[in-house]
Design a protein around this ligand. Structure first.
Ligand code: G6P
Length: 741
């Protein structure tokens, strides 16, 4: 406030100076005007006097009574403005001048003409106006002279000038003060609204009053708003091209000094001891989450906190359970958390994968909820939250909490680090309220997630389901327009951020040209060079619709047997969660179904399905994608599905057909794929036929458009959009903190 007052006073001061300068500039004009007015006045008075005394003078002259003449002159000179009067005769002699007639006055100096005339003489620095009036008596001409002292004009001019300056300054002052008051009132009401907005968000805002000097709060608010504006500039330019640099720049400019921490169950690098050689091997797991987040943290740096699940994980960390990764070129820290087998059974296999996974994926697998699993789930969430506090070097880190394994962690972190910016991303679908309602701990899960600053889903549809669920089970305020939920005075932004892959993907580097990949892969699989290759690559999970696509292939070979010996379907399935009955059963069923199909449609030399159950690294996956004619993603339900995007990214040759389930988040973006309902076997088998027959030019057109989509909406944009939203809420939080003292 003091600073604002100073500004207002400065504004008034400058305004007054300008008004003063203006008054001085126009003063000469005013002086000459005043001079003219008074001269005219004096001339008029002289005429009046002349008219009044003309006849008495003529009579006195006629009578030659010069004493009477003197008497007349003296009585005229009594007027205080009149300095002196006298009579000049025709010869230039001055007759009967009154007492104060200046000694240097001479009749020669006045114009003796027919008419009345006025002139100015100076005597001792005094301006004197001489009015000369002709008087004729008996053909004798003389001139009545009246001398007026004009000094009073100067005095009046000075007075008028002073008055003018004073009036101008007064008018300027009134105008300036009025504007300043109006401005100050407007500013005050604006600041009040801002403060009110801050107070509204702030629980117990009454505490704010008087706690801190409002002036410094206002100054801070202004500083913050300027910073927000600077950030917006960055976003505008950053929207052009999303890459690691953009992301880094965004972090530095919008969240300077922010440290980034990731929390996930699956770690990005798993160290395993090879069973045969006993050597330590590094594995990058088959996980969409890892595929998406790894490029992000490589770009930003920071710490990734994850479960150390590898058989050699303990041997490869330091005393603080940390190790720098990636192993070939470290750019961030991996902090491993240890989880016992018993805890793993309850937390990971139990609650996460037998409870929440089937609950959120509509694959018609019954979720299992056990009290003991819930106990472990809570305990492991606590452990990870503790690790966040331990790893954080600041009290307001940016924490990226990943997935359904950590629904409770956001609230736990919030309680320990109230100033943290917590972004939770739910990588799987969120079901409707009715479905979610069967979870015995629905309130705790929702409450846990609402400890986040932002909760992200892949699609708006999942956000809507989340709002509906919150609305049904929790007492809170939902603002759908601004996509927020406010619980106990804390606001959480709920938004859709479609996840993606890095562009160009790392796995593309060093790949052989597509033609070479086609030949090499066919050789490795012992297939003829001209065989049509259909691929499916994913974790061996019942949500992926692996059986359904085999059935579609069966249908195609039955309806169009000409494809036999001309096409092979290679299903690469990475073993996952095999300890769970549903998974092991699926794996058995898949083996049995592929055997059955191979038996019915194949012969000694031809097997239409090759089921390869092992983990493939990204290089192998991309090589297979490049060799394929068709890729099939038939998930029964999937948050996004990055396999579809990886296939598109692998095809620099703009060839290949993607068959994509309409129940994946990816189908919202990759609309040029052949979109199918995986439950409809015939539809999927027809799509297979269409894909196998699709001409090159159509493949190119579809692939080109999908590649553009994935390139532009890459993983850096996914992370960047979340960070931009986080920076906005973080700034708002900082303002609240300042307001709170
Ligand atoms: C999905 C989940 C991830 C998980 C991945 C692999 O993508 O959203 O959180 O990491 O599957 O599953 P896993 O159980 O092997 O980690």
């Amino acid at each position: 406030m003091q600073r604002s007052l100073k500004r207002i006073l400065q504004f008034i001061g400058v305004g007054l100076l300008a008004a003063f300068a203006l008054a001085l500039a126009i003063a000469p004009v005013s002086n000459s005007l005043v001079d003219q007015w008074f001269r005219a006045d004096v001339e008029a008075r002289s005429r009046l006097v002349y008219n009044a005394v003309k006849m008495p003078i003529v009579r006195a002259l006629s009578d030659r009574d010069f004493d009477r003449l003197s008497g007349i002159f003296d009585s005229v000179a009594l007027d205080p403005r009149i300095l002196a009067v006298g009579l000049c005769d025709d010869t230039g002699k001055l007759t009967r001048p009154t007492k104060l007639m200046p000694a240097n006055f001479s009749c020669d100096k006045v114009a003796r003409s027919e008419g009345v005339s006025f002139s100015t003489i100076i005597n001792d620095g005094m301006h004197i106006m001489v009015g000369t009036f002709p008087i004729t008596e008996r053909n004798q001409k003389s001139y009545f002279v009246i001398l007026h002292d004009l000094t009073f004009i100067d005095t009046r001019s000075d007075e008028a000038r002073a008055m003018l300056v004073a009036v101008l300054l007064a008018v300027a002052a009134v105008l300036l003060i009025t504007s300043a008051v109006v401005f100050a009132l407007a500013l005050r009401s604006w600041m009040n609204s801002l403060r009110k907005a801050v107070e509204e968000i702030l629980p117990g805002s009454a505490r704010m009053a008087g706690k801190r000097d409002t002036a410094s709060v206002d100054d801070e608010i202004k500083r913050m708003l300027r910073a927000v504006e600077r950030g917006r500039e960055t976003i505008r330019s950053a929207e052009v091209d999303w890459n690691p640099d953009t992301l880094q720049r965004l972090l530095v400019e919008m969240m300077p000094d922010a440290e980034v921490l990731i929390v996930s169950n699956r770690e990005p690098y798993i160290h395993n001891r090879a069973p045969d050689s006993n050597k330590i091997e590094v594995q990058i797991p088959a996980s969409g989450l890892v595929a998406a987040l790894e490029p992000v943290i490589r770009a930003c740096g920071g710490t990734w906190i994850a479960h150390g699940s590898g058989s050699a994980d303990r041997e490869t960390v330091d005393a603080n359970d940390r190790l720098p990764v990636p192993p070939d070129n470290p750019s961030y820290v991996l902090r491993r958390i240890w989880v016992s087998d018993e805890e793993q059974d309850g937390f990971y296999y139990g609650l996460a994968n037998e409870g929440l996974w089937p609950l959120c994926h509509i694959a018609f697998v019954r979720p299992l909820f056990r009290e003991s699993d819930w106990h472990y789930y809570r305990a492991i969430n606590e452990r990870f939250a503790e690790a966040v506090v331990h790893e954080a070097k600041t009290d307001d880190p940016v924490v990226l909490v990943q997935d359904y394994h950590f629904a409770l962690a956001p609230r736990m972190i919030r309680q320990r680090l109230p100033k943290a910016t917590i972004i939770s991303f739910w990588h799987i679908p969120w079901p409707n309220a009715e479905t979610f309602g069967i979870c015995p701990w629905k309130e705790e899960i929702i409450d846990g997630l609402l400890g986040s600053t932002i909760v992200g889903f892949h699609t708006q549809f999942h956000c809507n389901n989340f709002f509906e669920t919150v609305d049904r089970f929790i007492e809170s305020r939902i603002d759908r327009e601004h996509a927020t939920v406010t619980l106990r005075g804390e606001e959480t932004l709920v938004r859709a951020y479609p996840i993606s892959i890095d562009w160009p993907p790392k796995a593309l580097a060093g790949q052989a040209p597509v033609a070479e990949c086609r030949v090499a892969v066919r050789r490795a699989l012992k297939l003829a060079d001209d065989i049509k290759l259909v691929v499916g690559i994913e974790r061996f999970d019942y949500t992926k619709g692996i059986l359904d696509r085999m059935k579609a292939l069966d249908d195609l070979l039955t309806r169009e047997p000409q494809w036999k010996h001309r096409l092979v379907f290679v299903q690469v399935a990475a073993p996952t969660r095999s300890r769970l009955e549903k998974y092991s059963k699926l794996q058995e069923e898949a083996v049995a179904l592929s055997d059955d199909i191979n038996q019915r449609h194949g012969d000694g030399s031809y097997k239409p399905i090759q089921l390869i159950v092992r983990h493939h690294d990204q290089k192998e996956v991309f090589r297979l994608f490049r060799a394929a004619d068709l890729c099939i993603v038939s998930s029964l339900h999937d948050g996004m599905n990055l396999v579809a995007k990886e296939f598109v990214a692998a095809r620099e040759d703009e060839r290949g057909v993607l068959i994509l389930s309409s129940f994946t988040g990816a189908s919202r973006e990759l609309s040029e794929a052949l979109i199918v309902n995986p439950y409809n076997t015939r539809e999927m088998s027809e799509a297979l036929g269409t894909g196998l027959r699709m001409p090159d030019h159509e493949q190119r057109a579809r692939m080109r458009s999908m590649r553009r989509q994935v390139r532009e909406w890459n993983v850096y944009r996914w992370a960047g959009r979340m960070l931009i939203d986080a920076a906005g809420t973080r700034r708002r939080q900082q303002i609240i903190d300042i307001a709170n003292g």
